[in-house]
Design a binder for this molecule. Structure first.
Ligand SMILES: Cc1cc2nc3c(=O)[nH]c(=O)nc-3n(C[C@H](O)[C@H](O)[C@H](O)COP(=O)(O)O)c2cc1C
Length: 190
C-alpha cells in the first residue's frame, strides 16, 4: 500500500510534526512505508491560473510539484497535517493544494478522475490551532475536503486540536498522540 504524507508546518518538532510522526510510526509499524513531503522545504510555485492545465490536466510548470503529482496519483492513502494560520491551512499546505487545480481539471473537465486503486483511497487530516475558536478548524477542513475530493479521496478522517500553541504543547494533550497513533493504524486497514 502506498502512503504519502504532507507536513504543512514550518516548525520542525512542532505540533503538526509531532502528531504526524505518531501517525507515521503507527503506519510503519503496521508494515507500510510512508513517503513524507516536508512542504516548507520544497520549491513549489503558487498556481498562476494560467489555464495551462485546462485541456490537459497537466501543469505546465516543472518544480517540486512534479514529484508530488506522481505521488498523489499513485497513493492509496494521503495524510495532510497543517497548523491553523489566520483561520486557514498554512500557506505551505495551500500552495500545494492550489497546484492540484491540474487534478481538478483532469477530474471535472476531462472527466478522468484518478482511479480508485486496489485498496480504495483514504485520507487523514491533522489540524492544530493555538486558539480555542473553532472557525479556523472549520475553514481549514473545508479547504482540505475540497483537496481530498479533487484528488479522488472519497473519505477522510479528521483529528483537530484547538488551544495548542507553544512548540511541542501537543505532547501535554491528554489524548492527541494516542488518537493519532490509532488513526494511523486505522488508516491502512482495508
Ligand atoms: C502566522 C500565524 C497565524 C496563526 N493563526 C492562528 C489562527 O488563526 N487560529 C489559531 O487557532 N491559531 C493560529 N496560530 C497558532 C498556531 O496554529 C499554533 O501555534 C500551532 O500550534 C502551530 O502548529 P505547528 O507547531 O504545527 O506549526 C497562528 C500562528 C502563526 C505563526
Amino acid at each position: 500500500m502506498k502512503v504519502i504524507a504532507f507536513l504543512g508546518s514550518p516548525r520542525e518538532g512542532g505540533n503538526s510534526d509531532l502528531l504526524l510522526r505518531e501517525v507515521i510510526g503507527a503506519v510503519e509499524e503496521s508494515g507500510s512505508d510512508v513517503r513524507l513531503f516536508h512542504l516548507n522545504k520544497m520549491n513549489i510555485m503558487p498556481c498562476q491560473n494560467c489555464g495551462g492545465c485546462d485541456e490537459t490536466g497537466a501543469c505546465i510548470y516543472d518544480d517540486d510539484m512534479t514529484q508530488v503529482y506522481d505521488a498523489i496519483r499513485s497513493a492509496d492513502r494521503i495524510i495532510l497535517a497543517s497548523p491553523i494560520f489566520f483561520f486557514a491551512l498554512s500557506a505551505q499546505t495551500k500552495t500545494m493544494i492550489d497546484r492540484c487545480q491540474a487534478f481538478w481539471c483532469e477530474k471535472y473537465l476531462l472527466k478522468k478522475p484518478i482511479p480508485e486503486g486496489p485498496y480504495k483511497r483514504k485520507g487523514l487530516l491533522l489540524l492544530v490551532g493555538g486558539m480555542k475558536k473553532e472557525i479556523g478548524i472549520q475553514c481549514a477542513e473545508a479547504t482540505a475536503t475540497a483537496f481530498f475530493r479533487t484528488v479522488s479521496v472519497p473519505a477522510h478522517k479528521t483529528l483537530s486540536y484547538r488551544g495548542v500553541d507553544a512548540k511541542g504543547a501537543i505532547l501535554q494533550h491528554p489524548v492527541a498522540l494516542k488518537e493519532a497513533s490509532e488513526a494511523g493504524k486505522e488508516l491502512i486497514t482495508v
